[in-house]
Design a protein around this ligand. Structure first.
Ligand code: IPD
Ligand code: CA
Ligand code: CA
Ligand code: CA
Length: 275
């Protein structure tokens, strides 16, 4: 295939195939067990976990993409962090999003694969291999949950809303900022807060209308690359937690159905660090 003949559905097909190949590895390790390590030796935190499931899934996803598009750039959480986010043809991969859930045998985790062209999201797939749950999107063609088109919710005020959030691997200022923003959400009479521990799936819950908004004070491109497209194609809005366009790099994030975005921004921007 030549560079110019890459159609949108070619990229979705490859994203699905790649997520499927990673998902099979995750399912096998989830059923049979795997040794969980922490990233403390590499300078990370003792509660930042990794396993052969993460690494082998990333390899399977990468091999599938390279088979289809050998010239494309890959950016992923484990061995692919050097990928150039500005590449013309870029695949962004989280081979196991929700490692902590996986480690504690909670069947809520995913493989996330997205294809970007010069920084623009073109196609994405988020796959929970235990529930066989697929969230897919193609630019300009909508967002689909297991093949059914979905859209964001209609909630127009915080007191009609369910809010998802995430806690980055930080037990200091960022943790306290998140908790302060959560407290303020409750003060606005939201229906509830949920923290499920898999950012890619959290974002898809905004796209399919289960969450009215989601925020986290630090996510990486592999956490959100596919989910952002899913939300946009479902009619929602995604910015940083302080209202700027989302960069394809580590960032704060606020995703919503659009209708409650400004009300949420009022909260998330006030508690974001360096404000
Ligand atoms: C993490 C999960 C979690 C989020 C963290 C992420 P990982 O990804 O998405 O929900 O709160 O910020 O780093 O490490 O399990 O791939
Ligand atoms: Ca992740
Ligand atoms: Ca991961
Ligand atoms: Ca991780």
């Amino acid at each position: 295939m030549t560079e110019n003949s890459l159609g949108k559905n070619d990229s979705l097909d490859t994203a699905i195939k790649a997520a499927q190949s990673g998902g099979e590895i995750l399912r096998r390790y989830f059923e049979n067990g795997v040794t969980i390590r922490n990233k403390a030796d590499g300078g990370g935190k003792s509660y930042d976990l990794v396993s052969d499931a993460d690494l082998e899934s990333e390899k399977a996803v990468a091999d599938t993409i390279r088979d289809a598009f050998p010239d494309h750039e890959l950016l992923g959480e484990e061995d692919l962090q050097n990928g150039d986010p500005n590449a013309k043809h870029l695949w962004v991969i989280d081979p196991l999003d929700g490692t902590n859930n996986f480690a504690h045998h909670l069947p809520h985790f995913a493989v996330s694969v997205a294809y970007y062209e010069s920084g623009v999201p073109i196609a994405g797939a988020v796959y929970n291999p235990i529930r066989e749950d697929w969230f897919t999107a193609v630019r300009g063609e909508g967002a689909f949950h297991n093949g059914t088109r979905v859209k964001v919710s209609e909630a127009a005020t915080l007191n009609q809303s369910m809010i998802g959030c995430g806690f980055y691997y930080d037990r200091g200022k960022m943790m306290r900022a998140t908790l302060a923003a959560v407290a303020e959400c409750f003060e606005n009479d939201i229906h509830g807060i949920r923290r499920f521990g898999t950012a890619s799936l959290d974002l898809c819950q905004v796209g399919n209308g289960s969450f009215d908004a989601f925020f986290e004070y630090k996510l990486s491109p592999w956490d959100f690359a596919a989910g952002v497209l899913f939300i946009q194609e479902a009619g929602g809005r995604v910015t940083t937690a302080t209202g700027e366009d989302l960069p394809l790099q580590s960032t704060t994030i606020l995703a919503s159905n659009g209708k409650i975005h400004d009300a949420m921004l009022d909260i998330t921007s006030r508690h974001a660090l360096n404000q």
